[in-house]
Design a protein around this ligand. Structure first.
Ligand code: AMP
Ligand code: MG
Length: 421
């Protein structure tokens, strides 16, 4: 069987997965969603001129020539706290005590921070303050609309809504937003050997780990995961589970039963249910060589391999980008970030026509360069190495990469290190 390059297999999958229709959701449910339209602000932020500092609102002209040695004394008319209206105008020779966020009173054009003032003995019976530095017009004043003007586009279409975006929308009084649907994705494990949970294993049995990792990967990617359980190696059980998933989900992940020479129940069921559109591939990659993809009743179905590391890598290569596309992401944001690093040791391999994706730890080393080291055993059953890894290193077909050479990694998590020493 001819090996299919990763790019070709991925293109095939991406082309078949359309973006989910838009819907309007409340801000509290919008985190991680991708906007389907731009959002234009109906208001200004800040909505009124206010002070960025605790201090005194003044007329800048009244502070002319003020210094530590020659302070200017102003009568303190009153004080304004945040949340209070600005009140009457500031008169020449006056200052108004003012707290951060409080509105600038009419007539004032600058703030003198409290650190540049000193209490003064009263002036004609009232409170007074010594101004110790000259103020310029506009000092510490936040102008209305400085952040957002009415009519400004505050969020573009196709934006993944992060906490700061939600804050911006809240700041302009927008309470709901038009976003693409969030993929609801079913996960089905297949295999007679699989058991759920704890308890003693019978000879030949193993525990189902793929469903845990795949459900968690989906939630971690911002999708909604639906547990479809374990189907025995029987056409009836697999058919029932696939039909249940197709009825309730936007996409389906199965694991197991896609390698050659299996008891091919998954193959039989998906071939029948997809009307023969299922494509069974051997991808030019290691791990995650076997991969099947097709559309059943309008629902994309990803036939992921059974080996625990392979199923996760296959998810990363094919399912995650396609599901992100369904969620409204486009372009390079479909994919994990690719970073150039330096091999911390030899990455030997034999030529076999496949791209090797080694499970590695990518860390920020001296001088800020990214150093790449193996996360452990590279067998497709060694899930502990996947658990230690924060990246997949691309070791191209050929003799391998030697220590000190550059290689590309796909970041699956945060880079390690590089923080405060
Ligand atoms: P298969 O593709 O069904 O032949 O499975 C390939 C390998 O992955 C076999 O060793 C299976 O036992 C193992 N495997 C399949 N499904 C799972 C699963 N859900 N959890 C852990 N291992 C699995
Ligand atoms: Mg199996």
């Amino acid at each position: 069987v001819a090996l299919v390059p990763v790019e070709e297999a991925r293109r095939h999958v991406l082309d078949a997965c359309g973006v989910l229709p838009a819907e309007t959701v409340a801000l509290e449910a919008a985190l991680g969603r991708v906007t389907a339209a731009e959002v234009v602000s109906p208001e200004a932020v800040p909505p009124f001129a206010n002070t960025a500092m605790d201090g005194y609102a003044v007329r800048a002209a009244d502070t002319s020539g003020a210094s530590d040695e020659l302070p200017v004394t102003l009568r303190v008319a009153r004080s304004i706290a945040a949340g209070q209206p600005p009140g009457p105008a500031l008169l020449p020779g006056e200052a108004i005590r003012i707290m951060t966020g409080a509105p600038l009173p009419p007539g004032a054009d600058a703030i003198v921070m409290v650190e540049r003032t000193r209490p003064a003995s009263s002036v004609s019976g009232g409170d007074a303050v010594q101004i110790l530095a000259e103020a310029d017009r506009g000092d510490h004043v936040r102008r209305p609309g400085e952040d957002v003007r009415p009519g400004d586009r505050v969020v573009g279409p196709g934006t993944e809504l992060r906490p700061a975006h939600l804050g911006v929308l809240a700041s302009v009084g927008v309470t709901s937003v038009e976003v693409h649907g969030r993929p609801r994705v079913g996960v089905l494990s297949t295999g007679d050997e699989l058991v759920e949970g704890g308890g003693a294993l019978e000879p030949g049995q193993i525990r189902d780990s793929n469903r845990r990792t795949l459900l968690a990967l989906l939630w971690d990617s911002g999708f909604e995961a639906v547990d479809l359980g374990i189907a025995r190696d029987s056409e009836e059980e697999i058919t029932a589970a696939v039909d249940r998933g197709v009825g309730a989900c936007d996409a389906l992940l199965t694991s197991g039963g896609v390698s050659v020479g299996d008891f091919d129940y998954v193959k039989a069921v998906l071939d029948r249910r997809s009307g023969g559109s299922m494509r069974w591939m051997q991808v030019a990659v290691r791990p995650a060589k076997p991969f099947a993809f097709g559309v059943v009743g309008g629902v994309p179905v990803f036939g992921l391999p059974g080996n625990p590391v392979s199923s996760m890598v296959s998810y990363e290569l094919f399912a995650r980008p396609a599901l992100r596309g369904m969620a409204g992401h486009t372009g390079s944001s479909l994919f994990r970030p690719a970073v150039q690093g330096v091999a911390g040791h030899d990455f030997p391999r034999r030529p076999d026509g496949r791209l090797a994706l080694d499970r590695v730890v990518a860390s920020i080393g001296p001088g800020g360069r990214v150093e790449v080291r193996s996360a452990g055993g590279q067998g497709s059953h060694v899930l502990t190495a996947m658990a230690r890894a924060n990246a997949l290193a691309l070791v191209p077909d050929g003799p391998g990469v030697v220590a000190g050479e550059e290689l590309t990694v796909w970041l699956l998590g945060d880079l390690v290190g590089g923080g405060p020493a």
